[in-house]
Design a protein around this ligand. Structure first.
Ligand code: 5GP
Ligand code: MN
Length: 343
């Protein structure tokens, strides 16, 4: 944890180990495997230590993350606004995981701003904003889950990592690295090795997370790749788009398009991939890249978003067709960078 000053770790250790507290853990909106895995993994550790812990997520998370055997309750703010708000404001501590600015929590943003007790951030996204009292931000980590493991060790709570916590943290690392396909370091595998020593069944977790498609979702993927993917070999790029009507036709459930943006990167010589999904009133954008092509800069400059070098997201207020046209028209501007990209 080379970015984090020892004083911060010492303070966080004091706060989390000196007495029993009420703690709320908040992941980003539309939580992915790392957001939920980090929240539940950290939550389980803190619960095992004796704290009262809950996770409050602004909205629901996909079914392929619903197999965890956690002792930590997850409240969905959109479904239980009043209870979630009361519990949040009754907490002594709020821990934000896997996001770098308050607006990544959607409707929870204003409550995070208003929260008057201690706020701690544990995250691995670049350019964190200074919205917490204690910021542990380490961009060299594959995932927040990997970082949570090291923070837990640094503050002496690692004896509290049980099988349930280990499963959740492994899931965070597994999903944010695309099944150990990108962003891994020797520390990633060190952490995974220690999690495996706790007896997790990695084959089972991989199967729960990656081989759990509904038939509809599998057909939607086939449709995307066969009929909706445009490839621009001259720009080493590809794009997939989906309308609301198409999603409905394939009985769309939240999380169904997760990972679809990665597929074009398996095409020979493609280094940049975009996925545009029509929502009511806007278009959600996802970008993935290989090597040194900065998906996050592309997104922050043109799609009001951000993220990591190789995985970013954003939004467009244009309609879907106009958004695709905008993306296509931007490619010549990035041609030089795309052709120069090394992996
Ligand atoms: P995804 O494409 O899976 O939605 O997001 C990929 C990465 O970009 C994640 O690390 C996520 O946190 C980040 N990201 C997604 N959408 C946004 C956005 O609208 N703004 C910012 N700043 N980051 C985003
Ligand atoms: Mn993450």
């Amino acid at each position: 944890m080379k970015n984090t000053e020892i004083e911060i770790i010492t303070s966080v250790k004091k706060i989390l180990t000196e007495s029993k507290k009420k703690i709320t853990i908040v992941p980003h909106e539309h939580p992915d495997g790392d957001a939920i895995g980090s929240a539940l993994g950290l939550g389980q550790v803190l619960k095992n230590f004796g704290h009262e812990v809950q996770v409050i997520s602004v909205n629901d998370y996909p079914d392929f993350l619903k197999w965890f055997s956690s002792d930590v309750p997850v409240l969905i703010f959109e479904k239980e606004k009043k209870v979630a708000k009361e519990l949040m404001f009754a907490s002594d501590i709020m821990i934000c995981v896997d996001f770098n600015e308050e607006k990544r929590t959607g409707h929870l943003e204003k409550f995070i701003k208003r929260f008057e007790n201690t706020r701690i951030l544990i995250d691995h996204h670049p350019y964190p904003t200074d919205f917490c009292d204690y910021t542990i931000s380490e961009t060299s980590y594959s995932s927040t889950a990997e970082l949570v493991f090291d923070v837990t060790e640094a503050i002496g709570l690692h004896p509290q990592i049980d099988l349930k916590a280990a499963e959740a943290l492994f899931t965070g690392v597994l999903t944010d690295t695309g099944g150990f396909n990108h962003n891994t370091s020797n520390n990633t595998f060190k952490v995974v090795s220690k999690l495996m020593e706790l007896g997790i069944n990695t084959d089972k977790i991989r199967s729960e997370v990656f081989s759990n498609f509904s038939a509809h979702r599998m057909r939607l993927l086939g449709y995307c790749l066969n009929e909706k993917m445009k490839v621009f070999p001259e720009f080493r790029s590809a794009v997939i788009s989906l309308t609301i009507e198409e999603l409905e036709r394939f009985n769309f459930k939240p999380g169904d398009t997760e990972g679809f943006v990665n597929y074009p990167l398996s095409i020979n010589n493609i280094v940049f991939s975009a996925l545009f999904i029509e929502k009511v009133g806007f278009v959600k954008a996802s970008f993935r890249s290989k090597g040194n092509f900065p998906a996050n800069t592309f997104s922050s400059q043109h799609f009001n978003g951000g993220g990591h070098l190789n995985a970013a997201g954003g939004e467009s207020e244009l309609n879907l067709e106009e958004t695709i046209a905008k993306f296509t028209q931007l490619l010549p501007e990035f041609k030089h960078q795309l052709l120069e990209t090394t992996i």
